[in-house]
Design a protein around this ligand. Structure first.
Ligand code: IVH
Length: 678
């Protein structure tokens, strides 16, 4: 052998190896070698071909991408038309199909080849002497578009059939699609690049296949499954549909693993139910199953009516997506005050139920999908989840175009309570600002108000709050202090005794601290520690209520976002009213001391870090004591830490303290320090 023959033989071996690994990876999902090793083979082939250009044959795996962008697709006439299937939705329609076929063939029972109905795009692949020469879309069934360069980039599609003596012509028919997992990744990528997301894998596959630049198609995770043949020459085919599929599999043409052979109507319906049950777990979207008379001679005998075969039928699942008119957009106010836009739809049957409303998620999603009232929209219902609007059918948008929808413009005030609606910077959600008065938020707000670290009203849990709000005995936190024995004792699971306890707890909660009270108000972004800083800084409620954003930002840890939520909260008349009522009810706190200006205790100005379990005090108790004495508790040890208080099983914080030479105390040491003895 000459050297060039050696090289040609090596290149041939590499091509076969690479195609085999492609098949293992992209079709069987069972790679045998790591990516790095595959890349090595690929690079070796690239190098050989670069050094010996005649070796770079069109069927080489290195030649999948590389065709120049087109200005338009040319037309392809299908040698055998790509017809459609009749649909069946009900079992009776399937029974009628089976009966007609049995009558047409004059047989008792029919064997069927059955498989999923792929929810992708029909294509036809022409292999001449084993080499892929043309790929076309279905088009109108008689002529389609030549998308050969694009289909060559689909790794699951073999560029050469795996067979010693290839047929002169073999037209493979099947569907191009995107696997669910690849779809999720693709959309994430689109989002990150600020490009339009696809409504579903089918649309993504269609959009990807109709790109004039094959490099774009190559970047999309398309795959392929064959379901039959078109025109063939020079090949002895097996006598059955299932045999043809097995034959295609030996050629390394991807075929569905879910395909089966069943007998009679009972076999068909059993298969339908079985695939239906496994649908969600399949790696690709399907919209039904397809039944084909297995015997090809019988298929010929049955022939076609109009544009669909008598020997096959598609048994569809109830649609999961449907298009309908968007009649209006309402909003729903959730427990945390978020206004969720809800599409009001012309009722449509989707996935087995009639749907008249669907979620639009939030303003960003409305903008991204450019959904406008009056549009024809695509509604999806997946399983039992809330139906959602996934996109707009733009070409059906009315003229003149409806305006863009903006929640804030349509709902400047909350539809439930009339408080102002706001959108905070960096938040997708639009919310109602009437945090203490909006009924939709009331339960949550009241629960928070009464909670242990806020006003600490014992026995004021969710069961009680649910009843009180539902029976309209309380509307806001202020109403808690108006509750009397008769109202409480009449509630479920409440006697006079427990009602008495609750009333006592309400009474004793009136004596509190300013920090607790501020925290109890439930201002967005104001947690316990911010509430404490605010109490210290302003010393009283009046000063806090009139502070502007600039003044608020003088407080440590209060930035523009927190400052804005505080200003917005106190700007709301409803909120000011509730506060006035609370104060009038007798809620009070010590002026100047713990809740007011910084306590001038022994720990004043010192920073503590707690780690491990203390013998007598809980974390919270230790923290309260330190803070009552003017100290601050921080979560992590740094050079600024004054003391680390260590209990049993301390964490890495102790080690860090030792490293930095920070003073270490045990519980007794802490108590001595706080009592001014240390
Ligand atoms: S067999 C004579 N099998 O459904 C037609 N079609 O309505 C033979 N489809 O455009 C088609 N999965 O692209 C067949 N397993 C499957 C299929 C399938 C999806 C599509 C096909 C065609 C449409 C027919």
């Amino acid at each position: 052998m000459t050297q060039i023959q050696d090289i040609a033989a090596r290149a041939q071996r590499l091509r076969e190896e690479i195609e085999r690994h492609n098949y293992l990876y992209y079709v069987l999902d069972a790679p045998e070698i790591p990516d790095a090793e595959f890349d090595k083979l690929f690079r070796e082939l690239e190098r050989l071909e670069a050094e010996n250009p005649p070796l770079a044959t069109p069927d080489s795996p290195t030649q999948r991408v590389g065709a120049a962008p087109l200005t338009a697709f040319s037309q392809v006439t299908h040698r055998v038309p790509m017809l459609s299937l009749n649909n069946a939705f009900e079992d009776e329609e399937v029974a009628a199909f089976d009966r007609r076929a049995r009558e047409g063939l004059r047989v008792e029972e029919i064997e069927y080849a059955v498989e999923p109905k792929f929810d992708g795009l029909a294509i036809s692949l022409a292999y001449e002497n084993g080499v892929l020469v043309q790929g076309a879309t279905r088009g109108n069934g008689y002529t389609g578009e030549d998308v050969t360069s694009n289909l060559r980039t689909v790794k699951a599609i073999p560029l050469r059939l795996h067979v010693e003596r290839p047929p002169r012509l073999l037209e493979v028919r099947g569907e191009v699609l995107i696997l669910k997992k690849d779809f999720d990744r693709l959309n994430r990528q689109q989002r990150e690049r600020g490009e339009k997301e696809f409504a579903n894998p089918r649309n993504a596959a269609a959009g990807s296949l109709r790109q004039l630049d094959p490099r774009i198609t190559a970047s999309r995770p398309l795959t392929f499954f064959a379901y039959g043949l078109g025109s063939t020459e020079g090949v002895d085919l097996p006598p059955t549909q299932s045999g043809v599929m097995d034959f295609l599999e030996t050629l390394r043409v991807p075929v569905s693993r879910e395909r089966q052979v069943v007998r009679g109507l009972a076999g068909l319906l059993e298969y339908y139910a079985a695939i239906g049950a496994r649908r969600a777990g399949l790696s690709y979207d399907i919209d039904g199953v397809v039944y084909k008379v297995n015997d090809l001679a019988w298929q010929d005998q049955l022939g076609f009516v109009a544009r669909a075969p008598r020997f096959a039928v598609a048994h569809k699942f109830a649609a999961q997506e449907a298009t309908t008119k968007l009649v209006g957009i309402d909003v729903q106010v959730g427990r945390t005050g978020t206004l969720t836009p809800v599409a009001r739809l012309h009722p449509v049957f989707v996935g087995g139920v009639t749907v008249a409303s669907a979620t639009l998620h939030n303003q960003d999603e409305i903008d991204r999908k450019d959904v406008r009232v009056g549009d024809t929209v695509i509604v999806r219902r997946a399983g039992d989840v809330i139906p959602e609007v996934v996109g707009v059918v733009l070409k059906e948008r009315p003229h003149p175009e409806p305006e863009r929808f903006n929640i804030l413009e349509k709902y400047p005030v909350c539809p439930v309570c009339g408080s102002h609606v706001i959108r905070l910077p960096d938040e997708a959600a639009v919310r109602c600002s009437g945090e203490l008065v909006c009924p939709a938020q009331r339960k949550q707000a009241i629960l928070h108000f009464a909670s242990r670290r806020a006003m600490d009203i014992e026995g004021f849990g969710d069961k009680l709050v649910d009843q009180l709000v539902d029976k309209e005995l309380i509307h806001s936190a202020a109403d808690i202090y108006k509750l009397g024995m008769s109202a409480l004792a009449n509630l479920e699971r409440m006697g006079e005794k427990s009602a008495g306890k609750v009333l006592a707890a309400i009474e004793s909660s009136k004596k509190t601290t300013l920090a607790r009270f501020i925290y109890a108000l439930g201002i967005r972004n104001v947690g316990e520690s911010t509430a404490r800083d605010l109490a210290r800084h302003f010393g009283g409620l009046d000063a806090l209520m009139v502070a502007d954003e600039e003044a608020l930002q003088q407080v440590a840890d209060v930035g523009p976002v927190v400052a804005q939520s505080i200003v917005q909260f106190f700007a709301e008349a409803h909120n000011r009213e509730v506060i006035a009522q609370l104060v009038a009810a007798g809620i009070h706190w010590p002026k100047g001391a713990e809740g007011g200006h910084a306590a001038a205790g022994a720990a004043s100005g010192k920073t503590f870090v707690l780690t491990g379990t203390l013998p007598n005090l809980t974390r919270d108790e230790a923290k309260e004591k330190i803070e009552a004495s003017g100290g601050k508790v921080s979560g992590s040890v740094s050079a600024k830490t004054d003391y680390v208080v260590a209990g049993a099983e301390p964490g890495s914080k102790l080690a860090r303290a030792q490293e930095l030479g920070v003073a270490i105390l045990d519980e007794a040491g802490l108590m001595e320090l706080l009592e001014g003895k240390a």
